[in-house]
Design a protein around this ligand. Structure first.
Ligand code: DX5
Ligand code: ZN
Length: 242
């Protein structure tokens, strides 16, 4: 299992002080930044896009983890990689609709790209690739690409907004994925991660923890991030002793 790491989400940061906020979590040991891109179609919210990421790239060397909550990842991935993303995660729900997927997925288009073609496209741009599952999307939906992605992201809230309550019903899916993923493949969890929930997520098998509000919504983001990381390490160690 890969080393446990935090992925601070800038969605909850003060957008007028991004450089300072990035430096703060970097000083606390962050190795990556989670960037939530929303298009107002796949999710009912709009966040930030290419120009903001290009500016961030100029002020940090941290690994930039792009989470594209957009209906056309293949169309826009190149712009995000050129802007500085080291990694791109796309949602399985926007790819070629599959029977196992939730039928009410708003993002899927009739002429959507296949998951394989999105993975190949992103890899061809030189970035690593992740695939994301909404809370109700089963592991079977990503079966054809499970073995070829660098990371799987399990949403533990419905994507679109920070500050929501952790949906603990996704934890069995985390455990199932941990058992099926190879040693080098990362398993990220995103949404509602805070001091009360990170332990369960770590014990279930997640290794990369996105946290927005629980870091940037506190008066001391570096201390909050270190505490979360510590709680995850502690829970994972305890789980291994069982
Ligand atoms: C939600 C985003 C998350 C969000 C998490 O759609 O994908 O990354 O920033 O925010 P918190 O940690 O506040 O739940
Ligand atoms: Zn995210």
């Amino acid at each position: 299992m890969p080393a446990l790491r935090m992925a601070p989400s800038l969605l909850a940061a003060d957008f007028a002080r991004l450089e300072e906020q990035v430096a703060a979590v970097e000083s606390a040991g962050a190795t990556m930044l989670h960037l939530d891109v929303m298009d107002g179609h796949f999710v009912p919210n709009i966040s930030f896009g290419v120009p903001v990421i290009a500016s961030l790239r100029k002020c940090t060397k941290l690994f930039l983890d792009g989470h594209l909550m957009i209906t056309e990842p293949k169309r826009y991935a190149e712009a995000f990689v050129k802007a500085g993303c080291d990694h791109i995660t796309f949602h399985i729900e926007v790819t070629e609709p599959r029977a196992e997927c939730n039928p009410d997925i708003s993002g899927a288009r009739a002429d959507a790209d296949s998951p394989q073609s999105v993975v190949e496209h992103i890899r061809g741009l030189g970035a690593s690739v992740g695939v994301c599952l909404n809370p109700s999307t089963p592991v079977s939906a990503i079966e054809p690409i499970l073995g070829v992605v660098d990371m799987v992201l399990v949403m533990s809230v419905w994507p679109g907004f920070g500050g929501q309550t952790f949906i603990k019903e996704v934890l069995p899916k985390v455990t199932e994925l941990r058992q099926r993923l190879a040693e080098h493949q990362r398993l990220q969890i995103d949404g509602g991660i805070d001091p009360d929930t990170i332990g369960e997520a770590a014990a279930a098998g997640a290794d990369t923890f996105v946290a927005g509000s629980a870091i940037f919504g506190t008066p001391d983001p570096p201390a909050a991030m270190k505490r979360l990381h510590h709680l995850a390490l502690e829970a994972a160690a305890k789980d291994r002793r069982r």
